[in-house]
Design a protein around this ligand. Structure first.
Ligand SMILES: [Zn+2]
Ligand SMILES: [Zn+2]
Ligand SMILES: [Zn+2]
Length: 129
């Protein structure tokens, strides 16, 4: 499963500004010919930005639109488990809270003497002393 962290870790490649032809930066004086070329390029560069989420395949003409779309992927699971190393995402806060509780109620250390359970090894050791 893909978490929000995975999406955030993805860096969107630098996008060529469709309104600027190559060489624009070094030659700021745009001729009419160059402007026509640029608008021609714009048409050719249609749907140049593809969503990187596997299985999505959405394409966009502008990086700006892709960024907005990526945000919508994140927002599907805006609630993230705060437990270190988990990072599981949830669509509803209720589900997230319930999941986080599983972590805090997780008591894997069992006292074989009295069957009491402990979340942490040191707590169990203290109990056994
Ligand atoms: Zn997508
Ligand atoms: Zn978790
Ligand atoms: Zn005990």
């Amino acid at each position: 499963m893909l978490s929000a962290a995975d999406i955030e870790g993805y860096t969107i490649p630098p996008s060529p500004d469709p309104s600027q032809g190559s060489g624009y930066v070094s030659k700021p004086n745009v001729t009419t010919g160059r402007t026509a070329e640029a608008s021609h390029r714009r048409r050719k560069q249609e749907a140049n930005f593809q969503c990187p989420i596997p299985g999505c395949k959405s394409t966009f003409t502008r990086s700006f639109n892709l960024k907005g779309h990526l945000r919508s992927h994140n927002e599907e699971k805006p609630f993230q488990c705060k437990w270190p190393g988990c990072g599981k995402g949830f669509a509803r806060q209720h589900d997230c809270k319930r999941h986080e509780q599983l972590h805090s109620n997780f008591r894997p250390f069992l006292c074989d003497g009295c069957q009491k359970t402990f979340a942490r090894m040191d707590a169990l050791n203290r109990h056994r002393e």
